[in-house]
Structure formats: structure tokens, C-alpha cells
Design a protein around this ligand. Structure first.
Ligand SMILES: NC(=O)c1ccc[n+]([C@@H]2O[C@H](COP(=O)([O-])OP(=O)(O)OC[C@H]3O[C@@H](n4cnc5c(N)ncnc54)[C@H](O)[C@@H]3O)[C@@H](O)[C@H]2O)c1
Length: 393
């Protein structure tokens, strides 16, 4: 890697990647260029002579000006592109999920840990203001002992499953081919950070349950009547809703749900956290909390009423948001992308592990293949593999 004081970054995948392109500089990096196999996706930067535009990921890896890549490509490419970039000596920030299979997870951990390069997963929901305020409260002892948490990602993505000609996009192909909790990291990531998973506790086992698969075919019947194959029973393996129950080593119960298809307005940030002294609930983006003796409480200690989370901002705003909140909000995506990139760049410069490291990335992403295995085994519990704990894989 070049030893320049600047940190040259290329964003790969120029749709979701646009947010990274906008944020790299504010987060402390230098944007070298943008890569996309589709020339129309590169159009917005055609006139910018200071930026390199790449049609081929291989050219990014061969470019000495590039220290790091931010992968915002389709999900099934993340593991292979991460491994190729690390082998070329680049640091990697990958979009979610990081891997699709247990074997990819094992290999990715091995490659990252041998490479000496920084690898982080861009799980931006972990840096939301509400999520970090709750994190701060946990660290200050507000919740007491934690007993239960849930995370759900409910997003009707059916318009994203089909190209205008009716053929399947990569998301549509995943809906056709993949079972289970196929997009788990936004739901499970913040929950694992709250519970100190991979630090003071671990995910032990998972059992998953699924609803019927009806919503995608229903959507296709209305919008794509010239594609009768979408009406064949079993064409879309992905169920409308998948719920996973996970137990941690310490016995905390987690519910993690993913629903990409059911007809409903989206709710992508739905969380609960239960402790012995406080409870957090977020539905439809409205974060609420009850804290023993601070919120309305019966003399017996039983809770009476929720408070808006903001009631406690003066005492519990996370230091990151207190210091950089204004800047983070200006960079868009609720501030999450700014803090994600800032952490990635900071970890490279300070030569320390990033907050969301490869073992977190693999663990959170593994909820998908393990949930599918549980469903295939008649909803039986499946153990999280041992290689996720520290030590050789
Ligand atoms: N963290 C978040 O909040 C968030 C939000 C949206 C999407 N995502 C993730 O970001 C990723 C991209 O999602 P999207 O909505 O932009 O998808 P998209 O299909 O709209 O865009 C993907 C882009 O990658 C390009 N591409 C495909 N193969 C490539 C290759 N080999 N090299 C370079 N470019 C290539 C495509 O041409 C396309 O422009 C996905 O993994 C998705 O899960 C995360």
C-alpha cells in the first residue's frame, strides 16, 4: 500500500455508493474515483477531471493510488470482492451483508486476519443517534441486566425485484433462490452491539420460522402479467416474513425478523431492548423509553408510561453525536454513513481494529444462512459455528 499521508478511496458500485462518494472527504479520506460496470451509473462524475472512473474492479485493485475500497455492489459479490481487494493490499469497507455462506465467512475471517489490512462492514444503523444513545445508557448502567432484545427490518422491496422488462434484478434473484432471514444485519447489528456480542457474550443458537411466500407472486400478477412463471408455486423461495429466535451464551433472548415483500409501509428501524430497570421500544422511527423511577413508575416499581427517548438526551446523548452530530446529519442517511466512514478511516490511520470488525460482520451476516438451515431442518435450532470466537479459524 502506498505510504501517502492521504488515504485514497474508491467507491465501487455507484448507486447506494453515491452516499459514500459524498461523505468520504468529510470523514477524512480522499476520493480517488468511482467504479461501476454500468457506464450510466458513472455519468454524474463524467465531467469531474479530478476523479478516476473505472469500469473494471480489477483496474481499481491494480491502481497504486488506491489505499481502500468501499464496496456498494450487489450483495452476492461482497465476499469475493473483499477477498480480492485484501489480496491486492487494499483496506475494505463492505456494504451489508458481508457473506452469504458459512464457508465464505470462515474464509473471509482467515484472509482478513492474515492480510494486516483493515476490514469493516458498513452497518450504518449501529451509528444512528437513537441506537447510540441507548448504547450509552447501557454503558451507564441505566438498563440493569439485559434480558431480551429484538430487531426487525420490514421493507416492501418488491419494486426492486424486477427490471422494467420484468426480468429479475439481483435482489429478485435472491428472492427466488434464498430462504430465510436474507437481510439480517440492520436488525441484528445494533442488538449485538447493545449486548456486547463477541465481547462479553456470544450468539449460541438460532431457530427460524417462516410465513408463506405469497406477496412477490401477488405483486407480479398485478404488474407483470406477461411473466406466468412468477405464478408457479415455489418459484420464489423467499418467504414473505422470516422470524429468528436467537439465544445468547448468557441466556438473553433475541428476536430478529426480516420481511422484504409484505404489502405495508416500511419500518426499517424497529427495535426493542429489555433490561431489569429500563425498556426501549422503537416502532415507525419513534424511539421511546421507560426508565425505573425516572419515567412514570408505580410505587411497586412497575412501569406506567413511555417517554420519548429525547427526554433524556441531555444526560445520555452519545459522545460521538454530541461532538459530531451536526456534521453527521449534514452528510445524509441519518448520520450513519458519516460515522461509518469516519470509523473505517480512523481505524486505518490509527492501525487499530474497527468497531465493526470481520468477526462481527461474519456473525451478523451468518443469521441468513443459519436461519435457512434451521428452516430446512424443520425449524430446529442450529448452533453458531465456533470459529466466530477469537482464535484461529
Ligand atoms: N446500509 C444501507 O443502508 C444500504 C442501503 C441500500 C443498499 N445497501 C447495500 O448496498 C449494496 C448495493 O445496493 P444498491 O441498492 O446500490 O444496488 P443497485 O443494484 O441499485 O446498484 C449496484 C451497482 O453496482 C454495480 N455493479 C454490479 N456489479 C459490479 C461490479 N462487479 N463492479 C462494479 N460495480 C458493479 C451495478 O452496475 C450497480 O450500479 C447492496 O449490497 C445492498 O444490500 C445498503
Amino acid at each position: 500500500m502506498p505510504s501517502s499521508p492521504t488515504l485514497g478511496i474508491v467507491v465501487v458500485g455507484a448507486r447506494r455508493g453515491q452516499s459514500f462518494v459524498r461523505t468520504v472527504k468529510a470523514a477524512g479520506g480522499e476520493l480517488v474515483g468511482v467504479c461501476d460496470t454500468d457506464p450510466t451509473a458513472l455519468q454524474p462524475w463524467k465531467q469531474q477531471s479530478d476523479l478516476r472512473l473505472y469500469a473494471d474492479f480489477g483496474d481499481v485493485l491494480n491502481d497504486d493510488r488506491v489505499d481502500a475500497v468501499c464496496l456498494a455492489t450487489p450483495a452476492h459479490l461482497h465476499a469475493a470482492q473483499s477477498i480480492a481487494a485484501l489480496a491486492a493490499g487494499k483496506h475494505v469497507l463492505t456494504e451489508v451483508p458481508a457473506i452469504d455462506t458459512v464457508e465464505e465467512g470462515r474464509r473471509l475471517i482467515e484472509v482478513v486476519e492474515k492480510s494486516g489490512r483493515t476490514f469493516m462492514m458498513a452497518e450504518n444503523y449501529c451509528y444512528r443517534r437513537d441506537v447510540l444513545m441507548v448504547q450509552n445508557m447501557i454503558e451507564q448502567g441505566v438498563f440493569g441486566e439485559l434480558t431480551y432484545a429484538s430487531g426487525a427490518y420490514l421493507h416492501d422491496c418488491r419494486e426492486l425485484f424486477f427490471h422494467p422488462d420484468g426480468s429479475l434484478t439481483w435482489r429478485g434473484q435472491r428472492r427466488r433462490d434464498l430462504l430465510g432471514n436474507t437481510y439480517p444485519t440492520h436488525a441484528i447489528g445494533p442488538v449485538c452491539r447493545w449486548l456486547g456480542i463477541n465481547r462479553v457474550d456470544h450468539l449460541a443458537r438460532i431457530a427460524s420460522f417462516q410465513s408463506p411466500s405469497l406477496a412477490t407472486a401477488f405483486f407480479a400478477a398485478r404488474n407483470l402479467p406477461h411473466h406466468p412463471e412468477y405464478q408457479e408455486p415455489g418459484f420464489f423461495q423467499g418467504h414473505d416474513s422470516c422470524s429468528s429466535s436467537i439465544l445468547t451464551g448468557r441466556g438473553v433472548l433475541i428476536d430478529c425478523r426480516c420481511d422484504w415483500a409484505s404489502a405495508r409501509p416500511h419500518d426499517m428501524v424497529r427495535y426493542e431492548l429489555q433490561g431489569t430497570r429500563a425498556s426501549f421500544l422503537m416502532v415507525e422511527g419513534q424511539p421511546r423509553i421507560w426508565i425505573e423511577d425516572r419515567s412514570k413508575t408505580k410505587p411497586s416499581g412497575v412501569a406506567r408510561e413511555w417517554d420519548p427517548l429525547d427526554t433524556y438526551a441531555d444526560d445520555f446523548e452519545h459522545p460521538l453525536w454530541r461532538r459530531f452530530g451536526k456534521q453527521a446529519k449534514a452528510e445524509g442517511h441519518g448520520g450513519g454513513d458519516y460515522f461509518t466512514l469516519r470509523e473505517f478511516i480512523g481505524a486505518i490511520r490509527e492501525q487499530r481494529p474497527p468497531e465493526i470488525d470481520v468477526r462481527d460482520a461474519v456473525l451478523w451476516s451468518l443469521v441468513h444462512p443459519l436461519s435457512a438451515e434451521s428452516i430446512r431442518r424443520g425449524n430446529s435450532p442450529v448452533a453458531f459455528p465456533d470459529f466466530l470466537r477469537s482464535g484461529p479459524v
